[in-house]
Design a protein around this ligand. Structure first.
Ligand SMILES: C[S@@+](CC[C@H](N)C(=O)[O-])C[C@H]1O[C@@H](n2cnc3c(N)ncnc32)[C@H](O)[C@@H]1O
Length: 293
């Protein structure tokens, strides 16, 4: 089977958290553009085959992913993910998701206050040409996903806020955007050369940070590069944010460094940076699939 011949499509391609997102799988004949239904067992085989052939068949169409490639990537993700239904989110994550859905426009309008060009350049310099990067908690896609696409990288953005993703779709149409919770990333092992998480881990309940970094370790290739921005000091709580209820959860940076290292990611550099009037701890790390000493 050639990857252009048959593509399986969902009814709601970028939404993996909607219960209906898994319905309506179809086979598309790329020659005559006709759809037909396929049984689930057969779909799973197609997903697996398509995924395996992706690197060779990752075609580009006018500088962006061809529709077929992005769909195949998305669906292989779903296939590996395994959860076709909807897992109940805890209250804390619901606050964050609803909050960003409410304030997406205000957030984007104020995003320029935080200038991350320097750190992103440092990250980019560690990556191979044509690297595939996951932007974990990509938000509205600016500046991070857009800068990385402009630098020539393939970018996959994940965020659970539909409103933020809607803005990202406009700002970075070249990126593959997936609506998903960071705590249940279903990508295959060794999927990415790089991973960035800017101002997003601070919203994930800290009791989930260890498993989050373990999943980063799993989906990053050996020697893959990670850039994250986390809290400087231990704190957990809620506050008003652009008129919405918001939740943050942070370990001290010393504890976070330990958890990241325990997950198998070696620290290249860790530093406090004051950007846009806010102090965060920035970690640049390299994934080690062998045991760290
Ligand atoms: C402060 S914004 C940062 C967005 C972007 N990284 C940036 O630098 O502008 C935090 C983003 O993380 C997303 N986020 C927070 N927790 C998440 C989770 N558990 N799963 C997916 N996205 C999450 C939010 O929806 C929001 O878009």
């Amino acid at each position: 089977m050639r990857s252009r011949d048959i593509v399986i499509q969902t009814a709601v391609p970028i939404d993996t958290t909607e219960p209906h997102g898994c319905c309506g799988f179809q086979r598309l004949n790329m020659e005559n553009h006709e759809y037909s239904a396929v049984p689930l067992e057969e779909e799973l085989d197609h997903f697996a085959t398509m995924y395996k052939s992706l690197p060779e068949h990752a075609e580009r169409d006018h500088g962006s992913y061809s529709w077929a490639t992005s769909q195949a990537f998305f669906l292989s993700y779903r296939c590996h993910c395994g959860h076709w239904g909807h897992e109940q989110m805890t209250e804390k994550r619901v606050i964050v998701k609803n909050g960003y859905n409410k304030i997406a426009r205000e957030y984007q309008a104020n995003r320029h206050i935080f200038d991350n060009v320097g750190v992103l350049k440092e990250f980019s310099n560690c990556l191979p040409k044509n690297a595939r990067i996951l932007d974990a908690g990509c938000g509205a896609g600016v500046p991070c996903a857009r800068l990385l696409v402009q630098a020539g990288f393939e970018v996959v953005g994940v965020d659970f806020s539909a409103s933020m993703l809607k803005l990202a779709k406009k700002s970075v149409p070249e990126a593959i955007l997936i609506k998903e919770d960071l705590t249940r990333l279903g990508f295959r092992d060794n999927s990415f050369d790089g991973l960035v998480a800017l101002y997003s881990i601070i919203h994930v309940p800290r009791e989930m940070h260890a498993s989050l970094y373990q999943s980063f370790h799993r989906i990053l290739k050996p020697d893959g590069v990670m850039l994250i921005c986390i809290g400087s000091d231990e704190w957990e709580g809620e506050d008003d944010y652009f008129g919405a209820r918001m939740f943050w959860s942070e370990y001290s940076h010393e504890e976070a460094v330990q958890i990241v290292t325990n997950a198998g990611i070696q620290i290249i550099s860790g530093k406090h940076l004051m950007i846009g009037g806010e102090r965060h701890y920035w970690i640049l790390g390299r994934n080690r699939k062998h045991k760290l000493s």
